[in-house]
Design a protein around this ligand. Structure first.
Ligand code: ADP
Ligand code: MG
Length: 267
């Protein structure tokens, strides 16, 4: 391994940075988060006081129209951007307290990211795309390749590991992105409109794959969508309207709603 790559050690999140007064089972806790974007003289308030808790192992869908603040909320939870006000806790660690190195550790090891446009590296094979985050995390090439093949097999691409993104269908590319997100065994996977560029059937396959991974290895999944057909696997649905949580539905309340969509059965 090249000396330039600094492995991020497991113990980097220091115990004194953990909030002690609160229950440990929350994977994510968002407190009074406000995010404002200043554009010249105009201020856009993308998030207007978000409060939520997500428990470990939950499958959460965040649903809301375009512009309601889903991606902004993901950027806050994923430590990719900072709130204007409020706090985000990952495993009860206030991420605003982390230094640059600890934040890098969080992004590399604790959270897996999946995007609408897949964001794969086009000159790299599926396997290379999946092994890259493991190399960053300090795994050897051999370990990374072995694990990469394993995960690609789990997502149904065992026979496509040497293909480059453009030699794969949209659904297959998103499977590579899922494999990449899982490479370092994250506790949380954030998927921002993962089915947005896919047809309904392929989209449902991707959602069901995410659900299977959630059920099998307990990874907490938080996915944003504006497509109500993608909600059926959710434990809870957070409805975002104009930068605020409008309502939260639980699993037992969801079936009814889903059955009513466009008069069409979804399953
Ligand atoms: P969604 O993902 O639900 O479509 P976004 O979080 O992308 O919504 O956007 C929420 C609001 O914030 C929108 O009004 C959008 O125009 C605005 N916004 C998002 N990102 C930026 C940015 N970087 N600069 C300025 N405004 C932004
Ligand atoms: Mg968005």
């Amino acid at each position: 391994m090249s000396e330039a790559v600094q492995p991020l050690a497991e113990e980097e999140l220091k115990p004194e940075k953990r909030a002690r007064e609160l229950p440990e089972e929350n994977a994510v806790r968002v407190r009074n988060v406000i995010k404002k974007y200043e554009l010249g003289t105009v201020t856009v308030e993308a998030l207007r006081g978000i409060n939520l808790e997500i428990r470990r192992g939950e499958y959460i869908s965040i649903v809301g129209p375009s512009g309601s603040g889903k991606s902004t909320l993901f950027n806050m939870i994923g430590g990719l951007d900072k709130p204007t006000e409020g706090r985000v806790y990952i495993d009860e660690v206030d991420i605003a307290q982390l230094d640059a190195y600890e934040l890098a550790w969080l992004r590399c090891r604790k959270i897996g990211y999946i995007f609408q446009s897949f964001n794969l590296i086009s000159v790299m094979t599926a396997l290379e795309n999946v092994t890259l985050p493991m190399i960053f995390a300090g795994k050897t090439a051999d370990e990374s390749i072995q694990k990469g093949i394993e995960i690609l097999t789990i997502v149904g691409l065992g026979d496509r590991i040497q293909h480059k993104p453009l030699e794969l269908s949209g659904g297959q590319q998103q499977r590579v992105a899922i494999a990449r997100a899982l490479a370092n065994d994250p506790a949380i996977v954030l998927a921002d409109e993962p089915t947005g560029n896919l047809d309904t059937k392929t989209g449902l396959e991707i959602i069901n794959l995410l659900k299977t991974l959630n059920a099998k290895n307990g990874v907490t999944i938080i996915t944003a969508t504006h497509d109500t057909k993608m909600l059926d696997v959710s434990d809870r649905i957070f409805h975002l309207v104009d930068g605020k949580i409008d309502k939260i539905e639980r699993r037992d309340e969801i079936k009814l709603q889903v059955g009513m969509l466009d008069g069409e059965e979804v399953g």
